[in-house]
Write a protein that binds this ligand. Structure first.
Ligand code: URA
Length: 483
């Protein structure tokens, strides 16, 4: 029985090449063993010839595989299970005879692969949310941000571009047991992992990194060609000339502190299991969500549009499950994205003030957004809000509908045009529709008003005061309907 040897634990290209060659050569899955360069032999028992994956060439008719399988495989390979390579190859093998395999959600192989893929996505999400940087001074006198993180699966390399985009102007290193990523504001380098046995304590991270840095950045050892991955060209224009400008540091520190302080509580295993069941059995049907907690967990897996790619996390609504009043904004902003809670930034402060004036206790309303991920564009060091498109609003309506179904509010206030589009399913002219009870399904009533961020943007103080008064009046009107 041949043993296929991959170059690394995350050698996606090697796996693809070998799997193509094996399937073309009609080698059945049960006739293969898979190993990784450097892995001990015991893991796989007695084996026949060892074939380096990169040298296997497909010899037979070309074939195509469904795109969703390719996407699934890319994630499954990052799972820590030793079973993943053979599982994927078995699926690839079966796809030749069962072209609809990927739609069989009850099939044990499909289920297992989806389970692995979700675990990997969750690990990537956790890494994006929980990496904590510490500011250190490097041997060269420059300042660096350093973090140690142990992801549940091998996601360091795939999440690295996210950190490079987010902290474009910072020199940083993220050390993990699988791979260490370094960003020097221009080039993202992925180097071998640090030894988990040496995991530094909070206090020794600095020393540990200095030793690591000194050894890894010995120019004689750095294999530039093999190890560096250039950032896509589209990010080049965002690279600021100045490095580690003091206010950037302050901002980054504040963000990190916010991230750390606002660490969301971990959902119970029961909820996570229920979400996975729901997503597995009804992958495109929000009807399956049975609690707000399930919605919160499930949103983190959402791939209904691309906004999840650059956001820290999905931000769902907040408030009592029996709220009579639901307030819907557009999408989380920069601060909401980091904190994982809606309306906590400047627009949130404006909303809080208006709610108090309108006599509404925020904690008795359910506050949410039409779109659950932060859409933005990087401009230098800043993440600039971008209005979500109609396609993104429609894709995300699924989640707002799940929240509406669970809460069944009497009154839904749509703040701004995006919220109104989502709540009513069609564009609504805000100015012309204010102060009206608009019919909605399930005996609910809708009210439209301005978005609090709009009030913040008005340049003329008089116009701003007038719009603010109208906003408060609309909230009072909605509270009256809900009472
Ligand atoms: N703007 C919104 O629409 N929602 C938020 O949560 C924050 C800002």
């Amino acid at each position: 029985m041949p043993t296929i040897r991959l170059a690394s634990e995350t050698d996606v290209a090697g796996w693809r090449q070998a799997a193509r060659a094996l399937r073309a050569g009609q080698v059945a899955p049960e006739e293969t063993l898979w190993t990784v360069d450097g892995a001990g032999g015991d893991l796989f028992g007695e084996a026949g010839p060892i074939l380096p994956a990169g040298r296997l060439a497909a010899d037979g008719p070309a074939f195509t595989v469904p795109r969703d399988f390719v996407e699934l495989a890319d994630r499954v390979i990052l799972h820590r299970s030793d079973e993943r390579f053979v599982l994927l190859y078995r699926m690839l093998w079966r796809l030749a005879r069962e072209p609809h395999l990927m739609r069989l959600h009850s099939d044990p192989d499909v289920q297992k692969a989806q389970h692995f893929a979700r675990a990997v996505s969750q690990a990537a999400h956790k890494m994006k949310a929980f990496v904590r940087f510490r500011l250190v001074t490097g041997p060269d006198g420059e300042e660096y941000y350093v973090a140690w993180f142990e992801p549940a699966h091998r996601v360091a390399e795939v999440t690295a571009p996210f950190f490079a985009r987010r902290f474009a102007s910072m020199h940083f290193s993220i050390l993990t047991p699988d791979a260490c990523v370094h960003w020097d504001t221009q080039v993202l380098a992925v180097l071998p992992g640090a030894d988990p046995a040496d995991a530094p304590s909070e206090d020794s991270l600095e020393d540990y990194w200095r030793t690591y840095y000194a050894s890894i950045f010995n120019p004689a050892r750095l294999k530039v060609g093999a190890m560096m991955k250039e950032m896509p060209k589209r990010y080049w224009r965002n690279l600021p000339e100045a490095r580690l400008i003091p206010d950037l540091i302050a901002q980054a520190e504040a963000r990190t502190t916010t991230m750390v302080r606002q660490t969301p509580s971990t959902p119970s295993r029961r909820v996570v299991a229920a979400v996975h069941r729901t997503l597995r059995d009804a992958p495109f049907d929000g009807q399956g969500m049975r609690s707000l907690e399930e919605v919160q967990v499930a949103v983190q897996e959402c791939r209904r549009c691309d906004l999840h790619c650059d956001a820290t996390q999905g931000v769902t609504g907040e408030g009592p499950a029996q709220a009579r009043l639901m307030l819907v904004g557009e999408q989380p902003g920069d601060q909401e994205d980091l904190a994982g809670r809606p309306f906590v930034g400047p627009a949130g402060q404006m909303l809080d003030r208006a709610l108090i004036e309108a006599g509404i206790a925020r904690d008795r309303a359910f506050v949410t957004n039409a779109v659950k991920h932060f859409k933005h564009e990087l401009r230098g060091k800043r993440r600039i809000h971008q209005t979500p498109g109609a396609g993104e609003v429609t894709a995300c309506r699924w989640w707002l509908d799940a929240e509406r179904r669970l809460i069944r509010p009497r009154v839904i206030v749509a703040m701004g045009a995006t919220a109104a589009l989502s709540v009513f399913g069609k564009p609504v002219a805000i100015g012309a529709s204010r102060q009206q009870a608009l019919p909605l399904p399930n005996q609910a009533q809708g009210v439209v008003t301005y978005h609090p961020a709009y009030l913040l943007r008005l340049p003329d103080a008089q116009a701003a005061a007038k719009a603010y008064a109208a906003f408060v009046a609309d909230l009072k009107f909605a509270a009256g309907l809900a009472a």
